[in-house]
Design a protein around this ligand. Structure first.
Ligand code: UT7
Length: 312
């Protein structure tokens, strides 16, 4: 019998500290009006000095495990998508495994920038479909504000911290219907953290245009590949970088706005954590029903991109 992966539960964590656009007005030459109009962001959460991507991942994972009724040792694979690991090594996933007191899984990190969660889902899905594992904890966690130059208004207003977790389990019914991932290193310098400066540098307007075109095309291709039309989609859960990007993509594929889960207003861009955070937000607010068809879509540094189509 063919095996599929199902998302059986989600969890998320957002740091306590909230930084508003008004707060940013006191830090750089910007305004609440500019940020809201250009990005849709009103506020974002900021991790404290002593809070790491592992701490946030741990909190999100505990909720996902509780929601699924699974114990730590029921998990046989842990994949963490992050660009802001607590240490160079061991990986965030292994540090998370230790915190969860899990001794039955293999664990590793994956970096595909803002597309990391989609890449991690693809890897988890492949292991489940090949019957290597049964239960996978997939986490997107970012202390992305640790990579900000707080004097650069082009970038410091855009990002926020947080973590989202999803538990995937083997099932005889889908589940994940299809994954598509891609990358193109030609654009490596348009959005980057160089090791000499260790801060995010972005050519925002170029990234914006390529993100809209790539995500629009990807959404159409994902539907066509699965013989579906946009009417089949109950929810689009896109990477949350900018509400203008998300709305432009939705317009390209004729998806009504009310089918989009939008959390960028209060989360900002949380990189690899943005989709699992938005998914858990939708779940916690009872927006998603069983058997809903959902599309995840992301675009990030590299460039990288990816989509997941699934039946909830
Ligand atoms: O997560 C992975 C991918 N990342 C993204 O998807 C981000 C993609 N990019 C964006 O979201 C947008 O390009 C931004 C929000 C970063 C910028 O919006 P934009 O409409 O593309 O503006 P722009 O870069 O063309 O800049 C317009 C003006 C510039 O001033 P001049 O040169 O026209 O005088 C900027 O200096 O806005 C200025 N500006 C600001 N003004 C006030 C840039 N940042 C700010 C700011 N406050 N924070």
């Amino acid at each position: 019998m063919q095996k599929y992966s199902r998302i059986i539960s989600t969890g998320s964590y957002l740091p306590q500290k909230i930084l508003t656009n008004k707060d940013l007005e006191n830090m750089v030459d910007t305004s609440h009006e500019w940020i809201i109009e250009r990005t849709g962001i009103e506020s974002r959460h900021i991790a404290s000095e002593c809070e790491s991507s592992v701490d946030m991942a741990y909190n999100a994972s505990l909720i996902a495990m509780k929601n699924a009724g699974l114990n730590s040792n029921d998990i046989d694979m842990i994949v963490v998508a992050t660009t802001t690991p607590e240490r160079k090594f061991p990986s965030t996933a292994v540090l998370l495994q230790n915190r969860l007191k899990n001794n039955s899984a293999f664990a590793f990190d994956l970096n595909a920038a803002c597309t990391g969660f989609i890449y991690a889902l693809d890897v988890a899905d492949t292991y489940i479909k090949n019957e290597v594992v049964n239960n996978v904890l997939v986490v997107g966690t970012e202390k992305i504000t640790s990579l900000l130059d707080w004097s650069d208004r082009n970038t410091c207003v855009l990002f926020g911290d947080g973590a989202g977790a999803a538990l995937l389990s083997s099932s005889e019914i889908p589940g994940i219907i299809s994954n598509t991932i891609g990358s193109d290193g030609t654009y490596k310098d348009l959005l980057t953290v160089n090791t000499d400066r260790e801060v995010i540098e972005m050519s925002g307007n170029d990234v914006f245009k390529i993100a809209v075109n790539t995500m629009g095309k990807l959404a159409s291709e994902t539907l066509a590949k699965n013989n579906m039309t946009v009417e089949s989609i109950d929810w689009l859960i896109p990477h949350q970088a900018n509400s203008r990007i998300i709305n432009a993509v939705a317009r390209k594929i004729n998806l009504p706005e009310e089918k989009i889960i939008m959390t960028v207003k209060t989360h900002g861009n949380t990189s690899a954590a943005s989709i699992p955070l938005a998914l858990d937000h939708a779940n916690s607010n009872n927006l998603i029903k069983k058997n809903d068809i959902i599309m995840f879509e992301a675009f990030g540094a590299g460039f990288t991109w990816g989509s997941t189509l699934l039946k909830y």
